[in-house]
Design a protein around this ligand. Structure first.
Ligand SMILES: O=P(O)(O)O[C@H]1O[C@H](CO)[C@@H](O)[C@H]1O
Ligand SMILES: [Mn+2]
Ligand SMILES: [Mn+2]
Length: 404
């Protein structure tokens, strides 16, 4: 029986979203602008031989109407290749993943818009009282690395955790793993998740860090995301209900609030995530769904506006892809996509509304264009078909149904 391996390259947008202007993101193009930055740099153009064989730069050219710098002469892909626009309101990680798994969000998550004094006083008061805190720091929009550099010392001296957000529907809490305590931070995030109910905030994120004022502070791999539950059954729920193994690698389980997941593997860094994906591929049986999120593209490079670093990470991903291809069994389907953009050349530090790739490969498959799809849900519908599961509520199966 068939298996499906779904790799999410977190934030690898392809530009071209038809509604980008409504998000202030007209012209944002994560892949195209990374390619341009690399081509203009002494390091030279991006080199992605495996992703080019599987249609990534071709899907980008389809999305924006022109090839990215360094990708002008493209071969016919040996895969199913295309791009998808998001129908859900928002450009965040949960809505991007949930829609890919067949759940389109009609009502956007809540947002905290004010750049300063951002959170409602009653929310912070409840967090301080019930969390037995001396107070909180931050209470603003911020980049996570910048705010720990600015407030890390005061946090350690005062014992007050740092709370902040972004243009996404997130409530983030940063605290020092040793001075504040990791478990205490995670417990505080569980409390915040409960208190945020009335504001419909997509995610609470624990942002533990270590280090000193003298040597600098660094965030650790102990980040945890506490997402709302998807409002309807996702591909993962349907697979699990049909008795299938559903293996999450990395952040997937957190993003789906563990719903539909039968086993969760963690890994810090893309090498560890590849290793965990390969062991899941070696260990799971027929009918399984394995889903991996490669988060560093987003959190280490996209939000940090590091286009060259993002390029190097893409080349590293490309270099490890043959290991996944070699581990495919005869009836396996490999699918690659993204959940939103995060253009490292764009102003600010937030996500960008863009189309994302839809690439699918199976041993012996003939290459074929999938076109510009009008929902991420086409991905989930295709995987459901491949796995022989019930049809999902949204999406046109990319294996059997053409784009409109
Ligand atoms: O700046 P950092 O802490 O990485 O936070 C970023 O990560 C969050 C989740 O993707 C985004 O909403 C953005 O705020
Ligand atoms: Mn994401
Ligand atoms: Mn992000």
């Amino acid at each position: 029986m068939a298996r499906a391996i779904w790799l999410v390259l977190d934030s690898l947008g392809l530009g071209g979203a038809p509604d980008a202007v409504a998000y202030g993101d007209e012209g944002a193009d994560t892949f195209g602008h990374i390619a341009a930055a690399c081509a203009a740099d002494a390091r030279g153009p991006l080199r992605l031989p495996n992703l080019t064989r599987l249609g990534l730069p071709q899907a980008h050219a389809l999305s924006v109407g022109a090839p990215a710098p360094g990708f002008e002469n493209l071969p016919e892909p040996a895969s199913l290749w295309g791009c998808m626009a998001e129908r859900s309101s928002g450009k965040d990680t949960p809505s991007g993943h949930w829609e890919s798994a067949g759940v389109v969000l009609e009502t956007a998550f809540g947002l905290f818009d004010a750049p300063e004094n951002t959170f409602p006083p009653e929310l912070l008061d409840a967090l301080v009282t019930r969390g037995r805190l001396p107070g909180v720091l931050g209470n603003c929009h911020a980049s996570g690395t910048e705010i720990i550099a600015r407030l890390g010392e005061e946090h350690i001296a005062s014992g007050k955790p740092i709370v902040y957000t972004s243009a996404d529907s997130v409530f983030q809490i940063a605290a020092h793993e040793e001075h504040f305590g990791l478990q205490r931070l995670l417990d505080l995030c569980v409390l915040a998740r409960e208190l945020l109910g009335p504001w419909n905030i997509g995610r609470v994120i624990a942002r533990p860090f270590i280090g000193t004022a003298r040597d600098g502070y660094v965030r650790t791999g102990n980040r945890r995301d506490y997402a709302l539950e998807p409002p309807a059954p996702t591909l993962l729920d349907v697979a699990r209900a049909a008795g299938r193994e559903v293996v999450s690698v990395g952040k997937i389980s957190d993003i789906f609030a563990a719903r539909g997941v039968t086993r969760a593997l963690k890994g810090n860094g893309h090498d560890a995530l590849f290793d965990a994906t390969l062991s899941a591929m070696a260990e799971t049986g027929d009918g399984a769904l394995i889903a991996t999120n490669f988060v560093d593209f987003d959190s280490v490079y996209g939000h940090r506006r590091n286009a060259l670093g993002y390029g190097v990470a893409l080349e590293h991903f490309d270099a490890r892809l043959p290991e996944v291809l070699a581990a495919l069994r005869p009836h396996d389907l490999l699918v690659m996509s993204a959940d939103h953009g995060c253009d490292p050349t764009w102003p600010g530090s937030d996500h960008t509304r863009e189309r994302v790739p839809l690439l699918a490969f199976a041993p012996g498959i003939a290459g074929r264009a999938l076109g510009r799809r009008d929902s991420f849900a086409d991905l989930g519908q295709g995987i459901a078909t491949h796995l022989g599961l019930a049809r999902l509520a949204h999406g046109r199966c990319f294996l059997t149904e053409t784009a409109p």
